[in-house]
Design a protein around this ligand. Structure first.
Ligand code: NDP
Ligand code: 8X3
Length: 250
């Protein structure tokens, strides 16, 4: 039974992935800051598979390392790392950008992903086995107006994904990026700081992706035979053609 560590498992894509993988015989290490949600999800999935939760903020490098070091033996060999935790904060033109928002996005989406990877990769290298999925975004491939820093962090995820694949190639570790378009999760609520109306308007007039759609694709990617590495995948709603072109019927 393979062990999967999912960051950002308390909501959206990460949560849906946990639910999907619990049905397919994976042991789960679920991470996030909201401890109550981790406990609820553990309770929900425990009858299907073995679940361990780790409650840490990906921005805190010491906590990240200590949490991963604290894994009980049964969970300590991580076969698959899903670097999913991340968010957008704000949607402002560069001249009106908020420094707190910029720090949050760079610290979570880029540095946090690196801290978790840094804690997990050495044992994969030792075992010469592993699979890392980095959740980027269409914002990793293109830039849209007011997306400046969020897009920059996701472009960084894309670069890190490519760099990881090159550096870990000699150890037989698979590395791949999955880049979703618009998925209806708590993403826009976080981006717009709890403005529910503004958040729901993002997904109005078309059928966006559901977190379960991405979870299904993640399951597909990690269950390919060992000689297949899906290196880079962009997934959009049929109604979406690019970050800015969405066929809305209003
Ligand atoms: P959600 O807001 O629903 O989920 C984000 C998850 O990240 C939560 O579980 C949250 O957990 C976790 N997280 C955020 N900050 C931290 C932190 N500092 N430390 C630890 N965990 C953290 O959004 P999505 O599911 O949509 O987002 C998941 C990933 O998908 C992100 O990387 C996002 O950029 C990417 N993405 C999303 C798209 C979309 O349209 N929704 C499209 C393309 C990519 P908690 O708050 O409990 O810590
Ligand atoms: C999220 C995609 O276009 O909603 O990464 O910002 S978008």
């Amino acid at each position: 039974m393979k062990t999967v560590l999912i960051t950002g498992a308390t909501s959206g894509i990460g949560r849906a992935t946990a639910i999907e993988l619990a049905k397919h015989n994976f042991k789960l290490i679920l991470c996030g800051r909201r401890e109550d949600r981790l406990a609820e999800l553990q309770l929900e999935l425990e009858h299907r598979t073995k679940v361990h939760t780790l409650n840490f903020d990906v921005r805190k490098k010491k906590a990240v390392q200590e949490s991963i070091d604290s894994l009980p033996k049964e969970f300590s060999e991580i076969d698959i790392l899903i670097n999913n935790a991340g968010n957008a904060h704000g949607l402002d033109p560069i001249e009106k950008g908020d420094l707190e928002d910029w720090d949050a996005m760079i610290d979570i989406n880029v540095k946090g992903l690196l801290y978790v990877s840094h804690a997990v990769i050495p044992k994969m290298v030792e075992r010469r086995n592993g699979h890392i999925i980095n959740i980027g975004s269409t914002a990793a491939k293109e830039v849209y107006p007011n997306g400046n820093v969020y897009c920059a962090t996701k472009h960084a995820v894309d670069a890190i994904n490519q760099g990881m694949r090159m550096d870990l190639n000699q150890y037989g570790i698979r590395v791949g990026g999955i880049h979703p378009g618009m998925v209806e999760t708590e993403f826009s609520q976080v981006r717009f700081k709890g403005d529910a109306e503004r958040a729901s308007n993002v997904y109005k007039g078309f059928e966006p992706l559901k977190p379960e759609d991405i979870a299904d694709i993640i399951r597909f990617v990690i269950t390919r035979p060992y000689h297949i590495n899906i290196a880079d995948l962009i997934v959009m709603s049929t109604a979406q053609a690019s970050s800015t072109i969405v066929n809305r019927i209003i």
